[in-house]
Design a protein around this ligand. Structure first.
Ligand code: GAP
Length: 458
């Protein structure tokens, strides 16, 4: 992490909003919490699923050259030996001889313990994989590991996918899922935790085509975040130095985001060469080669790996979307999330709890919940309800008032501009659809008119 974030968003505000509104809670909170593990609440789980769905749509559904996969978390112990994780997946750990706090030696600048001033032990390598036992007997022979990356499940299924899909190079395999690392130092909310989720692609190419595809994926992945609304100035690409490269990588660049604590890795894009397939072929004794029809040769494909963190994406989208605006005497807090990521797409707000207004609002609710995640809210003043929806990133609110009973029209209010339009109920769904797809809010539907000042009725 280097320079300070250009977006002056405070991590404390993000954490507090997440807890207050039900995005993210500390794991095991009623027992005092479990360090660096997090639970996603009702809104957080929607946001997280929307991010994963957007990724899956972009890399699997909208492409002909990538297929999906979902492999198990527990795998054969030989996999971690062949992949190099048993030997090489370690961080240098130092411990204070006095207070026994542990640190990563490459992250501590002080020569004495920052907490108590005590002397450090010599650094020793600490393997980050979690161990557990398979079956009822807890002995060394039954040790298995929780996967530290989803990638290896893809490599060991390379031949299965090749045989069943008849894909030709270049093609990729994508998977999302949990990964576990016994990190020495965690922190910055969900940025670095011990249980997290990844979205990984292993893209197999002919040797020699790897550098071109590496560049392609750098651009493609950077643009995915931009297409989903992240400001360009909050993103950058950073090339790894030779010293930083992981044991398997020929080249690697990170997509970095300007988090509240500074620039940090959101996604890593690596050229893994033929390291993994070669290792698994020699370790398993199975042929993991690809027959090239053009040259009539068996080759081991090279791999380009765009590997993103789901939780880091959640944090980046939240930080980037968080906005404070002064609105009359108070501050309006809103999440300018891309509509496809917003947990709630449309809020249905009857102006009063009286019949027959409620009946009309409930009918609209039933109709709109077919295509979208919507929320019905009739508590508190309309102004407060708008503020609540702004803070959780709901792009559109539909207000049903007494006039609606007469003219069969309702008001749609836009989160970002706070503009309002009045539309016939018969055209509500199609109007919401075009607005959610990004149509500017000032374009009026036939017969619609801009209303000003409804919000002052709170
Ligand atoms: N298969 C390659 C691989 O796992 P990585 O750079 O170690 O590469 C990829 O991890 C991504 O996973 C990172 O860019 C980050 O977004 C996420 N990630 C890694 N460790 C994490 C942790 N402890 N907590 C949250 N996210 C993490």
């Amino acid at each position: 992490m280097t320079n300070k974030a250009p977006t002056p968003v405070d991590m404390g505000k993000i954490v507090s909003l997440c807890q207050r509104r039900g995005f993210i809670f500390q794991s095991s909170e009623i027992y005092g919490g479990l360090s660096s593990c997090w639970d996603y609440g009702p809104l957080g789980v929607e946001l997280k699923q929307n991010i994963k769905a957007a990724w899956w749509r972009a890399v699997v559904h909208q492409r002909d050259d990538i297929v999906g996969l979902d492999t198990s978390i527990l795998m054969h112990p030989m996999i971690w030996k062949a992949s190099g994780h048993r030997e090489g997946f370690s961080d240098p750990l130092i411990e204070c001889k006095n207070c026994h706090l542990r640190y990563r030696s490459d992250e501590v600048k002080e020569v004495q313990c920052p907490s108590c001033g005590g002397e450090f032990t010599e650094p020793r390598l600490f393997n980050l994989m979690f161990k557990t036992f398979m079956g009822p007997i807890e002995e060394e022979a039954n040790t298995v590991h929780l996967r530290p990356e989803t990638a290896q499940g893809i490599f060991v299924n390379f031949q299965n996918v090749l045989n069943t899909t008849r894909k030709r190079l270049p093609f990729g395999i994508a998977q999302t899922g949990k990964a576990f690392r016994n990190e020495i130092t965690t922190g910055n909310f969900i940025f670095r935790s011990r249980e997290f989720e990844q979205m990984e692609i292993e893209f197999f190419v002919k040797p020699g085509a790897d550098e071109e595809w590496f560049k392609y994926w750098l651009e493609e992945r950077l643009n995915w975040y931009i297409r989903l609304g992240i400001k360009k100035e909050n993103l950058r690409l950073r090339q790894h130095t030779n010293k930083e490269l992981a044991h398997y990588a020929r080249a690697c660049s990170d997509v970095e985001f300007s988090f509240p604590m500074g620039w940090a890795e959101l996604e890593g894009i690596a050229n893994r060469g033929n390291f993994d397939l070669t290792q698994h072929a020699s370790s398993s004794g199975k042929d993991l080669s690809y027959f090239d029809e053009e040259t009539k040769e068996h080759i081991i494909p090279y791999v380009i790996e765009p590997s993103a963190g789901v939780d880091r994406s959640v944090l980046a989208f939240l930080c980037d979307a968080h906005t404070e605006e002064s609105d009359r005497e108070e501050t309006r807090v809103l999440l300018r999330l891309h509509p496809s990521l917003s947990p709630i797409k449309v809020a249905i707000l009857p102006l009063s709890r009286r019949e027959p207004l409620v009946k009309m609002a409930k009918e609209i609710h039933t109709d709109l919940r077919q295509p979208w995640m919507v929320q019905y809210d009739d508590a508190q003043s309309i102004g407060r309800r708008y503020r609540r929806q702004d803070e959780i990133g709901t792009p559109l609110c539909v207000t049903i008032d007494f006039q609606s009973l007469e003219d069969k029209q309702v008001t749609i209010r836009d989160r970002d501009s706070m503009n309002q339009i009045r539309v016939p109920i018969a055209e509500l769904k199609s109007t919401l659809e075009t607005k959610l797809a990004g149509e500017p809010f000032l374009v009026l539907p036939p017969g619609g008119k801009v209303l000003k000042g409804l919000e002052s009725k709170r």
